[in-house]
Design a protein around this ligand. Structure first.
Ligand code: URA
Length: 271
C-alpha cells in the first residue's frame, strides 16, 4: 500500500462504492443470499434422455395502460377465498397468516393500523417506511410527525382518527408497491375500511387515491376534491390529500395541504 493511499484495496473500494450506490438508489434490503435465474426456473423441463430444450423466445406483449379498475392479476393465495373478517383482530390475524403478497417476506413485520377504530375519519397512506417497519405502526417516521402536525392544525390527533396503509408491509427500499402487491392487499384494506366504518375517508397521496377511488390523474389534479368511496354499497365521502412525505420534499406545497385540511374540517363540521 502506498503512503497516503486509501486503506481499502481497489476491489474493496469498488465494492464499498457499489454498496453505497445501491443504498442511495434505495436498495437496502437483501431478499435472498443466492442469485436466482428466474428465466431458467420458468423454462420447460427437458424431456428425459432428450437434449435440453430452450424456452422459445416470446416477445413481451405491450403492457396495457394502467387503469383505475383494480384488481389486476390477483396472485395465488389471494384474500378472495377467505371469509370476511368479523373484527379488526380477525382481519389482522388473516393478514398475519396471508402468503399472497411477496412484501411480507422482506418486511420486518405487519404494520396494521394506529389510532381509534371507533373514529369517524380514516386516513389511508401508501405503505410503511423503514421506521414504521421497525415499530409496527403506520406514520411514525418524519412523514408521520408531519401528519400529526397536520391533524393538530384542525384540532385532531390519533385518538380521533384511524390510520392505515393500502399495503401493510414495507416495500424494500421504500419503493412504490407494484400493482400486483397492491391488488393482493386490496381486499383486506376494503374490509378494514368496512370494519372501521368511518364517515369520511382521507387518501394520502396518489397511490392511496388511485387504488381506493380508482381515479387515474396525478395528485395535483385530484387533491382537495371530494369523491364517493363505495364501502360495501354505502357511499362515504373521500378526499385526496398530498402525502406528508411529499410535503417534506416540497414544503412550498404545504399551502395546498392546508387548503385541503380546511376542506376536511368543513366537512366534519357539516356531519
Ligand atoms: N408513508 C406511508 O404511506 N405510510 C406510512 O405508514 C409511512 C410513510
Amino acid at each position: 500500500m502506498s503512503v497516503g493511499s486509501d486503506p481499502l484495496s481497489d476491489d474493496a473500494q469498488a465494492l464499498a462504492w457499489l454498496l453505497r450506490w445501491y443504498a442511495d438508489m434505495g436498495v437496502d434490503a437483501a431478499v435472498d443470499p443466492i442469485a436466482h435465474d428466474r428465466f431458467a426456473e420458468s423454462a420447460p423441463a427437458p424431456k428425459a434422455g432428450g437434449p435440453p430444450i430452450r424456452a422459445p423466445f416470446v416477445p413481451p406483449s405491450p403492457k396495457p395502460a394502467a387503469t383505475a379498475s383494480l384488481p389486476i392479476d390477483v396472485p395465488a393465495g389471494a384474500a378472495e377465498g377467505l371469509p370476511p373478517a368479523r373484527t379488526l383482530d380477525e382481519l389482522r390475524a388473516q393478514l398475519l397468516a396471508f402468503e399472497g403478497c411477496a412484501l411480507k417476506a422482506t418486511a420486518t413485520q405487519l404494520v396494521f393500523a394506529d389510532g381509534n377504530p371507533q373514529a369517524d375519519i380514516m386516513f389511508v397512506g401508501e405503505a410503511p417506511g423503514a421506521d414504521e417497519d421497525r415499530q409496527g405502526l403506520p406514520f411514525v417516521g418524519r412523514a408521520g410527525q408531519l401528519l400529526d402536525k397536520m391533524l393538530a392544525a384542525i384540532d385532531l390527533d390519533r385518538r380521533h382518527v384511524y390510520i392505515a396503509n393500502v399495503v401493510p408491509w414495507r416495500p424494500p427500499g421504500n419503493r412504490t408497491p407494484t400493482p400486483l402487491e397492491t391488488s393482493a392487499c386490496l381486499p383486506f384494506m376494503r374490509r378494514q375500511i368496512e370494519l372501521v366504518s368511518p364517515k369520511i375517508l382521507v387518501c394520502l397521496g396518489a397511490a392511496a387515491t388511485q387504488t381506493l377511488i380508482g381515479v387515474k390523474e396525478g395528485i395535483m389534479r385530484i387533491r382537495g376534491r371530494w369523491y364517493d368511496y363505495d364501502m360495501a354499497g354505502a357511499r362515504i365521502p373521500a378526499i385526496a390529500m398530498l402525502h406528508p412525505a411529499y410535503l417534506l420534499r416540497q414544503p412550498s406545497h404545504k399551502k395546498f395541504a392546508w387548503q385541503d385540511l380546511r376542506e376536511l374540517a368543513k366537512k366534519m363540521r357539516a356531519m
